[in-house]
Write a protein of this length. Structure first.
Length: 131
């Protein structure tokens, strides 16, 4: 069970991920967009990198990633990512609550290229309880 004292816990990205055309094309296709779509036309594309970090963090918190369902997401873009950039996602837990046997976690992830903050994302993840 996720405890409220997790709020404020920070996780520094352990590695960078390279933004590449294959990931962009795959993401565009998966959401029904033209595979030739530009990054600036896909404002939700950065979730591809921040969810990797969320998936890494969940087991540390005692949460089963295989039971996650999407709750909500939002973004603030300072600029769009560019192909061949190396990005790092630093994350912080902003809210935790339990409801009807589910654990609900709001995670803010900041994407950096070097020391430059490029995008901030908020993901609300619902970890379903045992049925």
């Amino acid at each position: 069970m996720a405890a409220p004292d997790l709020v404020g816990r920070k996780f520094l990205g352990t590695q960078t991920q390279r933004v590449n055309q294959l990931d962009l094309t795959s993401f565009a296709t998966s959401i029904g967009e033209n595979p030739d779509t530009q990054i600036s036309q896909l404002p939700t594309f950065p979730i591809r990198y921040t969810l990797n970090e969320a998936e890494r963090i969940a087991p540390e918190l005692g949460l089963d990633w295989s039971r996650v369902v999407h709750g909500d997401q939002r973004f603030i873009h300072h600029r769009f990512l560019r192909i061949d950039e190396e990005v790092r996602a630093d994350s912080e837990i902003e809210a935790v609550k339990s409801m009807a046997g589910n654990e609900i976690l709001t995670l803010r992830s900041d994407l950096f290229v070097g020391d430059e903050l490029v995008t901030s994302t908020w993901s609300t993840l619902v970890f379903r309880g045992q049925q």
